[in-house]
Ligand binder design. Structure first.
Ligand code: MTE
Ligand code: MO
Length: 209
């Protein structure tokens, strides 16, 4: 058989952004130790520029009464692995925005996790209907290493924009870099345009550093 009669390579999965490959299983990736969940002191705060100018706080029982949603989504780590087609269940970011409205002029949010991990998002990315504070993946509660009791999932951005062990959302009237965004990752993190590193930023993509 000549070269030309060989099977063509399989087309790559259209769900894979450029430079990504699929990964079986689910590796856990984070900076620092896995925090221990303390149900009595755990809370989920919304602070900063709220419409009421008050900080809002749900305890664990209160957070668990919020309406829930399920989203099927892919997960893209900037280190080039992707996990396709997970089913995430939890509380939509839009529910948080509805229950604790931001003040006029809020343009960005910072999502805060245990130990000071943070990720900044444009308000529109946070308000995306698929952005979810996930408590479950594929019907199972998150394990400690994957963010129990709650992590953010922002399916249309690289996964570092989704803090595990979330504790707070800060409403902001200006953009500010989060944990990895201060350490050389791209402020916007769109995997489809491979916004991996801050040196790729165009004017206007992020605050001056
Ligand atoms: N709190 C916290 N959340 C985090 C991180 C972290 O270091 N700390 N790493 C992020 C990165 S870079 C990725 S790829 C995903 C990995 O999620 P996983 O461990 O559930 O696969 O978590 C994100 N959320
Ligand atoms: Mo990552």
């Amino acid at each position: 058989m000549g070269q030309s009669e060989q099977e063509p390579p399989p087309p790559s999965d259209p769900r894979l952004p450029p430079g990504q490959r699929t990964q079986r299983g689910w590796p856990a990736l984070h900076y620092g130790p896995v925090p221990r969940f303390k149900p009595l002191t755990w809370d989920f705060q919304v602070f900063g520029a709220t419409a009421s100018a008050e900080k809002h706080r749900w305890d664990f029982a209160g957070f668990n009464t919020l309406p829930r949603a399920t989203v099927r989504a892919d997960f893209h780590c900037v280190t080039k692995f992707s996990i396709l087609g997970s089913e995430w269940t939890g509380v939509s970011a839009s529910v948080v925005l509805e229950r604790v409205p931001p003040a006029p002029g809020v343009t960005h949010v910072m999502v805060w996790a245990e130990y000071g991990y943070s990720a900044n998002l444009r308000l529109a990315d946070f308000a995306d209907p698929a952005t979810l504070f996930a408590t479950h993946r594929n019907g199972e509660p998150l394990t400690a290493e994957h963010g129990f009791p709650v992590r953010l999932v922002v399916p249309h951005l690289y996964a570092w924009k989704g803090p595990k062990w979330v504790r707070a959302v800060e409403y902001m009237r200006a953009d500010r870099r989060g944990f990895w965004e201060e350490r050389g990752y791209h402020n916007l993190a769109d995997p489809w345009s491979e916004q991996r590193f801050s040196y790729q930023e165009e004017p206007g993509d992020g605050p001056l550093r």
